[in-house]
Design a protein around this ligand. Structure first.
Ligand code: ATP
Ligand code: MG
Length: 439
């Protein structure tokens, strides 16, 4: 039996005025809770104040969704964010990759939706279509026992279908900026009752790629809306936005240091022409659960994927110039674990959460610290351990030093043997068993 089910015996929800009286003897015991994740977790997610989800006076149905998702306790960013967001305040939150920012805004958002009202009450903006799909999935899973209607709308899909969907009840929209702005401008998405705007990966949404769209989108929202901004990186562009659009925001910064404790970073110094050979060696030596390999251009993604397949590796690839239906299939199948390796462009740099990825390879070294941080954050999700390996050529040396300095982190030269305990869960488990046995 899981720890949670045991705790249930004493589970009364003091002061939970929203919950309906428990008609059953023990509602928690009836939940369909997934097996406990016993992998080691770092203090990035375990250093909490000891709050429990039940402390927040959430609707019983929402708690059911949270527990059935397998969440036992709030992570540090969730502890900081949930009560403040529930109170309706604007938030500017910075927390490390994979530490649970999505639920940090999704839980209060779901709590604040009035399901009886047939109106769009919340808009979640994200920079990529795949992240929109993933986020709407999280909304549906956490809100499974609530009657919240969520819709995802992104470019690359049928506008007509979106229009048809909007004729029905929609409470929450998860969107990429271009498509939702289009729907607003055409008068199809009525945002007059939208009381919450979430900007996930806020700094990306405020970069030159989207900045003007964002200003337009905000002009369609009511003036008393709540705005919640989340990211692991916050350059200056966000400060300007804060000063103009946020009302006395509550600022959260859980990033005294920037990189994840669980991700060990190495570099391999190589010549450009030896990169494929180097990757081949890595693939042979490493114990890869699932790996994401980043390239700096669409063309290089395709070339590398082709080479890896020729070498006999199972490999998918994804980038923004592929047809959306195909992108969706690749994303879905990779998350399901149908393929060990994914070669991709920066399309997958932010927000994408595949828990079984334990190795990230920068086949091409990124040019800035934000991209580097988000890329390596695709492994080591929720405080787990992972590996980031950077192929560095002569041309990248300067960027390597710059990024190390900016992030205050050390990227070490790759040793000939990498300790599997650093990134393979089974080995950490074995070590713990041996320690318990006194070996
Ligand atoms: N309280 C919790 N208990 C257990 N797992 C959790 C909890 N909160 C979130 N998770 C899991 O942690 C993983 C990372 O969460 P999430 O994607 O929200 O991180 P993030 O902070 O948004 O990361 P990124 O900066 O990369 O976008 C997900 O698989 C999520 O289901
Ligand atoms: Mg995220």
């Amino acid at each position: 039996m899981s720890v949670m089910a045991t705790k249930t015996e004493a589970a009364i929800i003091p002061g939970n005025k929203n919950s309906k009286p428990d008609s059953s003897e023990n509602w928690k015991a009836k939940l369909n809770i997934p097996d406990k994740d016993n992998r080691i977790k770092t203090t990035d997610v375990t250093a909490t104040k000891g709050n429990e989800f039940e402390d927040y006076c959430l609707k019983r149905e929402l708690l059911m969704g949270i527990f059935e998702k397998g969440y036992e306790n709030p992570s540090p960013i969730q502890e900081e964010s949930i009560p403040v967001a529930l109170a309706g305040r604007d938030i500017l939150a910075r927390a490390k990759n994979g530490t649970g920012k999505t639920a940090a805004y999704m839980i209060p958002l779901l709590e604040r939706i009035e399901t009886a009202q047939n109106a769009i009450q919340a808009l979640i903006l994200v920079p990529t279509r795949e992240l929109a799909l993933q986020t709407s999935q999280e909304c549906k899973v956490l809100g499974k026992h609530l009657d919240v209607q969520a819709m995802v709308t992104t470019g690359g899909t049928s506008l007509k279908e979106d229009i048809m969907r909007l004729y029905n009840k929609v409470n929450v929209i998860v969107a990429t900026p271009g498509r939702i702005l289009d729907l607003m401008k055409k008068g199809l998405a009525d945002m007059s009752k939208c009381k919450i705007l979430v900007m996930d990966e806020a700094d990306k949404l405020l970069s030159m790629d989207f900045k003007n769209l964002l200003e337009d989108i905000i002009s369609y929202l009511p003036s008393n809306r709540q705005i919640l901004l989340y990211s692991a990186t916050f350059p200056v562009s966000v400060k300007q936005f804060r000063d103009i659009h946020l009302m006395k925001p509550y600022e959260i910064n859980l990033m005294d240091e920037l990189t994840l404790f669980g991700v060990t970073q190495y570099y391999a110094y190589v010549k450009e022409k030896h990169k494929v050979h180097c990757l081949n060696t890595l693939f042979n030596k490493l114990e890869i659960n699932q790996a994401i390999v980043f390239c700096n251009s669409v063309k290089r993604v395709e070339l590398l994927a082709k080479k890896l397949i020729e070498l006999g590796y199972s490999c998918f690839y994804i980038h923004a110039r592929m047809a959306q239906a195909y992108r969706n299939r690749v994303f879905h199948d990779f998350r399901q674990g149908h393929c060990r390796n994914l070669v991709c462009s920066d399309l997958f740099t932010r927000g994408i959460d595949v828990q079984s990825v334990n190795v990230v390879v920068n086949f091409d070294f990124p040019q800035n610290a934000e991209t580097y941080l988000h890329r390596i954050g695709r492994s080591g999700r929720f405080g787990h351990l992972g590996l980031a390996i950077n192929m560095v050529t002569e041309d990248d040396e300067e960027d390597l030093c710059k990024i190390e300095k900016e992030l205050g982190t050390e990227i070490k030269p790759i040793p000939s043997d990498i300790d599997k305990k650093l990134y393979v869960a089974e080995y950490q488990h074995q070590q713990r068993l041996q320690q318990a046995d006194g070996k």
